[in-house]
Write a protein that binds this ligand. Structure first.
Ligand code: NAI
Length: 350
Protein backbone atom coordinates (compact mmCIF):
# COMPACT_ATOMS: atom_id res chain seq x y z
CA UNK A 1 0.00 0.00 0.00
CA UNK A 2 1.53 3.29 -1.10
CA UNK A 3 -0.74 6.26 -0.33
CA UNK A 4 1.43 8.95 -1.88
CA UNK A 5 1.78 6.93 -5.11
CA UNK A 6 -1.92 6.06 -5.42
CA UNK A 7 -3.39 7.51 -8.62
CA UNK A 8 -6.14 9.17 -6.51
CA UNK A 9 -3.66 10.92 -4.21
CA UNK A 10 -4.04 14.65 -4.76
CA UNK A 11 -2.00 16.41 -2.08
CA UNK A 12 -4.35 15.15 0.62
CA UNK A 13 -3.64 16.76 3.98
CA UNK A 14 -4.10 13.66 6.14
CA UNK A 15 -5.06 9.99 5.93
CA UNK A 16 -5.94 8.20 9.16
CA UNK A 17 -6.16 4.42 9.52
CA UNK A 18 -8.48 3.40 12.35
CA UNK A 19 -8.43 -0.07 13.89
CA UNK A 20 -10.12 -1.47 16.97
CA UNK A 21 -9.59 -5.09 18.00
CA UNK A 22 -12.55 -5.27 20.38
CA UNK A 23 -15.24 -4.23 17.90
CA UNK A 24 -13.46 -5.32 14.69
CA UNK A 25 -13.64 -1.78 13.30
CA UNK A 26 -11.41 -1.15 10.31
CA UNK A 27 -11.80 2.27 8.76
CA UNK A 28 -9.87 4.92 6.85
CA UNK A 29 -10.55 8.64 7.11
CA UNK A 30 -9.10 10.91 4.42
CA UNK A 31 -8.91 14.67 4.78
CA UNK A 32 -8.30 16.11 1.35
CA UNK A 33 -8.47 19.81 2.16
CA UNK A 34 -9.44 22.07 5.05
CA UNK A 35 -8.79 25.28 3.07
CA UNK A 36 -12.47 26.27 3.10
CA UNK A 37 -13.35 24.83 6.52
CA UNK A 38 -13.60 21.47 8.29
CA UNK A 39 -13.37 18.54 5.88
CA UNK A 40 -16.92 17.23 5.47
CA UNK A 41 -18.12 14.11 3.72
CA UNK A 42 -20.04 10.98 4.56
CA UNK A 43 -18.98 7.61 5.88
CA UNK A 44 -19.29 4.75 3.39
CA UNK A 45 -19.68 1.11 4.44
CA UNK A 46 -18.39 -1.20 1.73
CA UNK A 47 -16.88 -4.67 1.16
CA UNK A 48 -13.49 -3.89 -0.32
CA UNK A 49 -11.40 -6.58 -1.97
CA UNK A 50 -8.26 -5.15 -0.36
CA UNK A 51 -6.92 -2.35 1.82
CA UNK A 52 -5.50 -0.77 -1.33
CA UNK A 53 -8.94 -0.62 -2.86
CA UNK A 54 -10.38 1.03 0.29
CA UNK A 55 -7.54 3.55 0.35
CA UNK A 56 -8.01 4.39 -3.32
CA UNK A 57 -11.74 4.87 -2.79
CA UNK A 58 -11.40 7.15 0.23
CA UNK A 59 -8.73 9.27 -1.49
CA UNK A 60 -10.92 9.65 -4.59
CA UNK A 61 -14.13 10.33 -2.67
CA UNK A 62 -12.57 12.89 -0.30
CA UNK A 63 -11.16 14.90 -3.20
CA UNK A 64 -14.61 14.79 -4.78
CA UNK A 65 -16.07 16.22 -1.57
CA UNK A 66 -13.63 19.16 -1.67
CA UNK A 67 -14.86 20.03 -5.15
CA UNK A 68 -18.51 19.47 -4.29
CA UNK A 69 -18.40 21.58 -1.11
CA UNK A 70 -16.49 24.36 -2.85
CA UNK A 71 -19.02 24.49 -5.70
CA UNK A 72 -21.93 24.47 -3.26
CA UNK A 73 -20.50 27.63 -1.68
CA UNK A 74 -20.07 25.96 1.70
CA UNK A 75 -17.55 26.69 4.46
CA UNK A 76 -16.49 23.05 4.24
CA UNK A 77 -13.35 21.37 3.00
CA UNK A 78 -13.44 17.81 1.68
CA UNK A 79 -13.13 14.53 3.56
CA UNK A 80 -14.57 11.06 3.61
CA UNK A 81 -14.49 7.93 5.75
CA UNK A 82 -14.77 4.33 4.65
CA UNK A 83 -15.66 1.51 7.01
CA UNK A 84 -14.54 -1.86 5.70
CA UNK A 85 -17.19 -4.56 5.73
CA UNK A 86 -14.85 -7.37 6.77
CA UNK A 87 -16.12 -11.01 6.88
CA UNK A 88 -16.86 -10.74 10.63
CA UNK A 89 -18.28 -7.20 10.47
CA UNK A 90 -21.28 -6.97 12.83
CA UNK A 91 -22.34 -3.30 12.55
CA UNK A 92 -22.71 -3.12 16.34
CA UNK A 93 -23.42 0.03 18.30
CA UNK A 94 -19.98 -0.35 19.89
CA UNK A 95 -18.27 -0.35 16.50
CA UNK A 96 -19.88 2.90 15.43
CA UNK A 97 -19.29 4.45 18.85
CA UNK A 98 -15.61 3.61 18.43
CA UNK A 99 -15.65 5.25 14.99
CA UNK A 100 -17.09 8.35 16.66
CA UNK A 101 -14.16 8.35 19.09
CA UNK A 102 -11.68 8.27 16.22
CA UNK A 103 -13.54 11.16 14.56
CA UNK A 104 -13.41 13.08 17.86
CA UNK A 105 -9.64 12.70 17.97
CA UNK A 106 -9.50 14.89 14.87
CA UNK A 107 -10.97 17.79 16.87
CA UNK A 108 -13.44 18.85 14.22
CA UNK A 109 -11.13 18.71 11.20
CA UNK A 110 -13.43 15.96 9.82
CA UNK A 111 -17.23 15.97 9.97
CA UNK A 112 -19.15 12.90 8.94
CA UNK A 113 -22.68 12.20 7.69
CA UNK A 114 -24.50 9.50 5.72
CA UNK A 115 -23.17 7.82 2.61
CA UNK A 116 -23.72 4.37 1.07
CA UNK A 117 -24.60 1.81 3.75
CA UNK A 118 -25.40 4.41 6.43
CA UNK A 119 -28.64 5.64 7.99
CA UNK A 120 -29.90 8.27 10.40
CA UNK A 121 -29.86 5.54 13.10
CA UNK A 122 -26.16 4.84 12.53
CA UNK A 123 -25.39 8.57 12.63
CA UNK A 124 -27.14 8.66 16.02
CA UNK A 125 -24.80 5.85 17.23
CA UNK A 126 -21.74 7.77 16.02
CA UNK A 127 -23.08 10.92 17.69
CA UNK A 128 -22.90 9.23 21.12
CA UNK A 129 -19.12 9.65 21.04
CA UNK A 130 -18.54 12.67 18.80
CA UNK A 131 -20.20 15.97 18.07
CA UNK A 132 -18.61 16.11 14.62
CA UNK A 133 -21.50 14.41 12.85
CA UNK A 134 -24.55 15.52 10.87
CA UNK A 135 -27.48 13.76 9.24
CA UNK A 136 -29.18 13.21 12.61
CA UNK A 137 -32.93 13.21 13.12
CA UNK A 138 -34.04 16.78 13.15
CA UNK A 139 -36.03 18.98 15.49
CA UNK A 140 -39.12 20.78 14.26
CA UNK A 141 -38.39 23.37 11.59
CA UNK A 142 -34.62 22.84 11.87
CA UNK A 143 -32.24 21.82 9.11
CA UNK A 144 -31.21 18.15 9.20
CA UNK A 145 -32.61 14.66 8.76
CA UNK A 146 -32.68 12.61 5.56
CA UNK A 147 -30.97 14.79 2.94
CA UNK A 148 -32.46 13.09 -0.12
CA UNK A 149 -35.59 15.29 -0.52
CA UNK A 150 -33.23 18.30 -0.70
CA UNK A 151 -31.09 16.50 -3.23
CA UNK A 152 -34.19 15.83 -5.37
CA UNK A 153 -35.18 19.50 -5.23
CA UNK A 154 -31.68 20.54 -6.34
CA UNK A 155 -31.87 18.11 -9.28
CA UNK A 156 -35.26 19.56 -10.24
CA UNK A 157 -33.85 23.11 -10.15
CA UNK A 158 -30.85 21.92 -12.16
CA UNK A 159 -33.10 20.35 -14.81
CA UNK A 160 -35.04 23.62 -15.05
CA UNK A 161 -31.76 25.52 -15.57
CA UNK A 162 -30.62 23.02 -18.21
CA UNK A 163 -33.85 23.14 -20.25
CA UNK A 164 -33.82 26.94 -20.11
CA UNK A 165 -30.23 27.05 -21.36
CA UNK A 166 -30.39 24.28 -23.95
CA UNK A 167 -34.00 24.33 -25.15
CA UNK A 168 -35.07 27.87 -24.27
CA UNK A 169 -38.00 26.51 -22.25
CA UNK A 170 -39.29 28.20 -19.11
CA UNK A 171 -40.09 25.16 -17.01
CA UNK A 172 -40.50 21.48 -17.83
CA UNK A 173 -44.21 21.44 -18.71
CA UNK A 174 -44.83 19.16 -21.69
CA UNK A 175 -41.22 17.88 -21.72
CA UNK A 176 -40.36 14.20 -21.25
CA UNK A 177 -37.81 13.14 -18.65
CA UNK A 178 -36.37 9.61 -18.37
CA UNK A 179 -35.50 8.82 -14.75
CA UNK A 180 -33.18 5.86 -14.17
CA UNK A 181 -33.71 4.71 -10.57
CA UNK A 182 -36.69 5.85 -8.52
CA UNK A 183 -35.30 5.37 -5.02
CA UNK A 184 -34.93 8.12 -2.43
CA UNK A 185 -33.85 10.83 -4.85
CA UNK A 186 -35.51 9.61 -8.06
CA UNK A 187 -38.93 9.23 -6.45
CA UNK A 188 -39.07 12.78 -5.10
CA UNK A 189 -37.63 14.11 -8.35
CA UNK A 190 -40.53 12.44 -10.19
CA UNK A 191 -42.93 14.15 -7.82
CA UNK A 192 -41.50 17.59 -8.59
CA UNK A 193 -41.48 16.91 -12.32
CA UNK A 194 -45.04 15.57 -12.27
CA UNK A 195 -46.27 18.61 -10.33
CA UNK A 196 -44.61 20.78 -12.99
CA UNK A 197 -46.48 18.89 -15.77
CA UNK A 198 -43.55 16.96 -17.22
CA UNK A 199 -44.08 13.50 -18.72
CA UNK A 200 -42.10 10.72 -17.09
CA UNK A 201 -40.41 7.52 -18.20
CA UNK A 202 -38.99 5.42 -15.35
CA UNK A 203 -37.00 2.24 -14.84
CA UNK A 204 -35.84 0.57 -11.65
CA UNK A 205 -34.47 -2.90 -10.88
CA UNK A 206 -36.96 -2.89 -8.01
CA UNK A 207 -40.20 -3.16 -9.96
CA UNK A 208 -42.33 -2.12 -6.96
CA UNK A 209 -40.55 1.24 -6.96
CA UNK A 210 -41.12 1.72 -10.67
CA UNK A 211 -44.80 0.82 -10.22
CA UNK A 212 -45.15 3.38 -7.43
CA UNK A 213 -44.03 6.11 -9.86
CA UNK A 214 -46.48 4.78 -12.45
CA UNK A 215 -49.37 4.77 -9.95
CA UNK A 216 -48.61 8.10 -8.27
CA UNK A 217 -47.23 10.20 -11.10
CA UNK A 218 -48.64 8.62 -14.25
CA UNK A 219 -45.13 7.62 -15.33
CA UNK A 220 -44.53 5.05 -18.06
CA UNK A 221 -42.28 2.15 -17.08
CA UNK A 222 -39.69 1.20 -19.67
CA UNK A 223 -37.20 -1.70 -19.77
CA UNK A 224 -34.00 -1.24 -17.74
CA UNK A 225 -31.76 -1.44 -20.78
CA UNK A 226 -33.76 1.17 -22.71
CA UNK A 227 -34.21 4.00 -20.21
CA UNK A 228 -31.00 5.82 -21.12
CA UNK A 229 -31.52 5.59 -24.87
CA UNK A 230 -35.15 6.73 -24.99
CA UNK A 231 -35.92 9.74 -27.19
CA UNK A 232 -36.59 12.33 -24.47
CA UNK A 233 -35.80 15.93 -23.51
CA UNK A 234 -33.83 15.02 -20.38
CA UNK A 235 -32.16 11.84 -19.11
CA UNK A 236 -31.89 11.89 -15.30
CA UNK A 237 -29.60 9.13 -14.00
CA UNK A 238 -30.55 8.59 -10.34
CA UNK A 239 -29.18 5.11 -9.67
CA UNK A 240 -25.65 4.12 -10.60
CA UNK A 241 -22.36 5.73 -11.50
CA UNK A 242 -20.32 5.22 -14.70
CA UNK A 243 -23.46 5.09 -16.87
CA UNK A 244 -22.09 7.69 -19.28
CA UNK A 245 -19.40 5.98 -21.31
CA UNK A 246 -18.27 5.44 -24.88
CA UNK A 247 -21.01 2.85 -25.54
CA UNK A 248 -23.96 4.51 -23.82
CA UNK A 249 -23.26 8.01 -25.14
CA UNK A 250 -23.49 6.70 -28.72
CA UNK A 251 -27.03 5.49 -27.97
CA UNK A 252 -28.35 8.63 -26.24
CA UNK A 253 -31.31 10.42 -27.84
CA UNK A 254 -31.49 13.36 -25.48
CA UNK A 255 -30.12 16.91 -25.52
CA UNK A 256 -29.63 16.94 -21.71
CA UNK A 257 -28.20 14.63 -19.04
CA UNK A 258 -29.00 15.88 -15.54
CA UNK A 259 -29.46 13.55 -12.57
CA UNK A 260 -28.30 12.74 -9.05
CA UNK A 261 -26.06 9.69 -9.47
CA UNK A 262 -22.50 10.21 -8.29
CA UNK A 263 -19.66 9.72 -10.76
CA UNK A 264 -21.88 9.52 -13.84
CA UNK A 265 -18.95 9.80 -16.23
CA UNK A 266 -17.03 6.52 -16.48
CA UNK A 267 -13.92 8.54 -17.29
CA UNK A 268 -13.40 12.31 -17.52
CA UNK A 269 -13.11 12.05 -21.32
CA UNK A 270 -16.79 11.05 -21.43
CA UNK A 271 -17.53 14.69 -20.58
CA UNK A 272 -15.79 15.66 -23.81
CA UNK A 273 -17.74 12.95 -25.66
CA UNK A 274 -21.06 14.39 -24.42
CA UNK A 275 -19.91 17.89 -25.31
CA UNK A 276 -18.88 16.79 -28.82
CA UNK A 277 -22.28 15.11 -29.26
CA UNK A 278 -23.99 18.43 -28.43
CA UNK A 279 -25.45 17.01 -25.20
CA UNK A 280 -25.57 19.34 -22.20
CA UNK A 281 -24.27 17.55 -19.12
CA UNK A 282 -25.00 18.94 -15.64
CA UNK A 283 -21.88 18.00 -13.62
CA UNK A 284 -23.04 15.46 -11.04
CA UNK A 285 -21.36 16.90 -7.97
CA UNK A 286 -22.81 20.36 -8.67
CA UNK A 287 -26.39 19.31 -9.41
CA UNK A 288 -26.57 16.79 -6.54
CA UNK A 289 -25.29 19.12 -3.80
CA UNK A 290 -28.69 19.62 -2.13
CA UNK A 291 -27.91 16.89 0.40
CA UNK A 292 -24.60 18.34 1.52
CA UNK A 293 -26.12 21.83 1.71
CA UNK A 294 -28.66 20.35 4.11
CA UNK A 295 -25.85 18.74 6.12
CA UNK A 296 -23.92 22.04 6.30
CA UNK A 297 -26.96 23.96 7.51
CA UNK A 298 -27.62 21.29 10.13
CA UNK A 299 -24.02 21.25 11.29
CA UNK A 300 -23.60 25.00 11.57
CA UNK A 301 -27.08 25.15 13.09
CA UNK A 302 -27.75 28.65 11.82
CA UNK A 303 -30.49 27.98 9.25
CA UNK A 304 -34.11 27.08 9.34
CA UNK A 305 -35.40 24.37 7.06
CA UNK A 306 -37.00 27.07 4.87
CA UNK A 307 -33.60 28.72 4.37
CA UNK A 308 -32.09 25.39 3.35
CA UNK A 309 -34.63 25.01 0.51
CA UNK A 310 -33.64 28.49 -0.67
CA UNK A 311 -29.95 27.63 -0.65
CA UNK A 312 -30.61 24.43 -2.55
CA UNK A 313 -32.53 26.36 -5.23
CA UNK A 314 -29.27 28.22 -5.98
CA UNK A 315 -28.07 25.00 -7.68
CA UNK A 316 -29.98 26.25 -10.77
CA UNK A 317 -28.11 29.56 -11.28
CA UNK A 318 -24.81 27.90 -10.35
CA UNK A 319 -25.28 25.41 -13.18
CA UNK A 320 -26.27 28.17 -15.58
CA UNK A 321 -22.91 29.82 -14.82
CA UNK A 322 -21.13 26.57 -15.73
CA UNK A 323 -23.17 26.14 -18.94
CA UNK A 324 -22.34 29.71 -19.97
CA UNK A 325 -18.63 29.32 -19.29
CA UNK A 326 -18.62 26.04 -21.20
CA UNK A 327 -20.30 27.68 -24.19
CA UNK A 328 -17.87 30.61 -24.10
CA UNK A 329 -14.70 28.55 -23.65
CA UNK A 330 -15.62 25.47 -25.69
CA UNK A 331 -14.64 23.28 -22.73
CA UNK A 332 -16.93 20.48 -21.51
CA UNK A 333 -19.02 21.28 -18.45
CA UNK A 334 -17.26 18.73 -16.22
CA UNK A 335 -13.91 20.39 -16.89
CA UNK A 336 -15.37 23.87 -16.29
CA UNK A 337 -16.77 22.71 -12.92
CA UNK A 338 -13.45 21.12 -11.86
CA UNK A 339 -11.58 24.28 -12.79
CA UNK A 340 -14.02 26.50 -10.90
CA UNK A 341 -13.76 24.24 -7.82
CA UNK A 342 -9.96 24.22 -7.89
CA UNK A 343 -9.95 28.01 -8.22
CA UNK A 344 -12.20 28.44 -5.17
CA UNK A 345 -10.00 26.10 -3.07
CA UNK A 346 -6.75 27.70 -4.27
CA UNK A 347 -8.06 31.20 -3.49
CA UNK A 348 -8.95 30.09 0.04
CA UNK A 349 -5.53 28.45 0.50
CA UNK A 350 -3.91 31.84 -0.08
P1 NAI B 1 -31.46 4.69 -3.52
O1 NAI B 1 -30.69 3.44 -3.25
O2 NAI B 1 -32.55 5.08 -2.60
O3 NAI B 1 -32.08 4.65 -4.99
C1 NAI B 1 -31.43 4.11 -6.10
C2 NAI B 1 -32.47 3.38 -6.92
O4 NAI B 1 -31.86 2.92 -8.11
C3 NAI B 1 -33.05 2.15 -6.21
O5 NAI B 1 -34.46 2.20 -6.28
C4 NAI B 1 -32.48 0.98 -7.01
O6 NAI B 1 -33.36 -0.13 -7.05
C5 NAI B 1 -32.32 1.60 -8.37
N1 NAI B 1 -31.34 0.94 -9.25
C6 NAI B 1 -30.17 0.34 -8.92
N2 NAI B 1 -29.57 -0.14 -10.01
C7 NAI B 1 -30.37 0.17 -11.07
C8 NAI B 1 -30.30 -0.04 -12.46
N3 NAI B 1 -29.27 -0.71 -13.01
N4 NAI B 1 -31.28 0.42 -13.24
C9 NAI B 1 -32.34 1.09 -12.70
N5 NAI B 1 -32.46 1.30 -11.39
C10 NAI B 1 -31.50 0.85 -10.58
O7 NAI B 1 -30.34 5.85 -3.64
P2 NAI B 1 -30.60 7.41 -3.61
O8 NAI B 1 -30.32 7.93 -2.26
O9 NAI B 1 -31.87 7.73 -4.29
O10 NAI B 1 -29.39 7.92 -4.54
C11 NAI B 1 -29.43 7.78 -5.95
C12 NAI B 1 -28.11 8.25 -6.52
O11 NAI B 1 -27.89 9.62 -6.17
C13 NAI B 1 -26.89 7.50 -6.01
O12 NAI B 1 -25.92 7.42 -7.04
C14 NAI B 1 -26.37 8.40 -4.90
O13 NAI B 1 -24.97 8.23 -4.68
C15 NAI B 1 -26.66 9.76 -5.46
N6 NAI B 1 -26.79 10.81 -4.46
C16 NAI B 1 -27.72 10.71 -3.47
C17 NAI B 1 -27.87 11.71 -2.52
C18 NAI B 1 -28.92 11.66 -1.47
O14 NAI B 1 -29.17 12.69 -0.83
N7 NAI B 1 -29.59 10.54 -1.27
C19 NAI B 1 -26.98 12.90 -2.53
C20 NAI B 1 -26.06 12.93 -3.64
C21 NAI B 1 -25.97 11.90 -4.54
Amino acid sequence: MAAFDDSAFDDHERVIFCHDTKTGLQAIIAIHSTALGPAAGGTRLWSYASDDEALHDVLRLSQGMSYKNAMAGLAFGGGKAVVMRTPDFDGSDALYERLGEFISQLNGDYITAEDVGMSVDIMEMIARTTKYVAGLSRGDGKAGGDPSPKTSFGIFKGIEAAVRFKLGNEGVAGLTVAVQGVGHVGYNLCRYLHEADAKLLVADIDSARARRAVDEFGATEVPLDEILSEKVDVVAPCALGAIMNERSIRDLHTPIVAGSANNQLEIAADGQRLHDAGILYAPDYVINSGGIINVACEYFGDSSDAEVWEQVAAVGPRLTGIFEESAASGKPTNIVADEQARRIIADASG
